[in-house]
Design a binder for this molecule. Sequence first.
Ligand code: SAH
Length: 389
Amino acid sequence: MTAIANVAISKKGLQRLRQGFVWIFRSDLDGKTDAEPGAIVKVIDRGNNFLAYAFYSQSELALRVLTREDRLPDRAFFGRRLDEAIARRARYFPKSRDAMRVVHGEADMLPGWLVDRFGDALVVQSMSLASDQREPMLIELLIERFKPRAVVFRDDGMTREYEGLDDRKGLAHGTDARAAFHEGEIAFEIDLLADQKTGAFLDQYENHLLAAEYAKGEALDLFCYHGGFGLQMAKRAARVTCVDQSELAVSRVKANAERNGLANVTGVAANAFDLLREHEQAARRFDTIVIDPPAFAKRKSAIEAAYRGYKDLNMRAMRCLEPGGILISCSCSAKMTRDLFEEMLIDASRDAKRRMLILERRGASRDHPGLAGVPETEYLKCFVLQAVD
Ligand code: SAH
């Protein structure tokens, strides 16, 4: 076995580590290192004292901390981390829940990895060279524990470009990438290789169920993907229109509506910005509107444009609400902080000249936990608002 390389960190890096940060950037390294990209390295201070083991990357995100215990992480270590992630979720999810995020990267102390379960199939997503290199090991550990029918790897997340990694995807186990799962009582079918993300937006699972409680009358689900919000709302609303620019997504909405015997759902393939503008100009009114756009602000520099984009969308949606109508407004941009998102909503309500109540301020489902003090692990906002009059 090759020797484990040392990586020394600066005082600032040490401070970040002590605060519980799990990422150390290149600017917080102290001097040069001969560490191989992708290797597990020993993180030390200037005095040569052991601090942690970490995955090393050649990118700006140099270190992803694995453990502060002075024992080299091996296969059994990763197996234990996986067992812990599974056990945490078993405490708050019923056995009957057949879809969940099993591993949420840094928050589960398995940096660079996401694992989603959909029924008897699993999807793994890797975000760094170190996690790419050990992906076969993770898949073996998952197969031992879940005995899945299929395992798909979807190494095509946004951050790979930043790490200088090419996208790749395929079936690692089994023969069929299609999967079936439920959110509450609604049944979904997905294709783990052809659909977006890892197949579904499980981070919104609990918000989807919540939308059903608020739904009424005419409902609009903008940026609907497979109808996660819309199909839940269809149980209570008179009619639901689900809108997405992806034809494939809209075809899934239609198939899912039929599968669940929901005859009051219409799927529309259209640009949601244009459609909302048209509704506003035509003075169309809705009792319930959901907005869940893709991340506008992936980088900090784009934040002002993103703010304007969100504000415009929310302002128009507010204008289209019936008195007493509900707006469920989401943002998955990590750069759009919770405070800024709320400020934007207030700003939008002023321009829309609608008095709005904030009923709920929510985030991602519990299987996508944020690590306290590490803002990078929290990204999803989901606010529920009501028009007063
Ligand atoms: N609401 C969904 C997740 C939405 S993800 C859920 O809860 O499951 C964002 C969606 O927006 C994607 O499906 C993407 O195809 C769609 N999209 C992106 N730009 C769009 C646009 N301009 N108009 C309509 N849909 C768009």
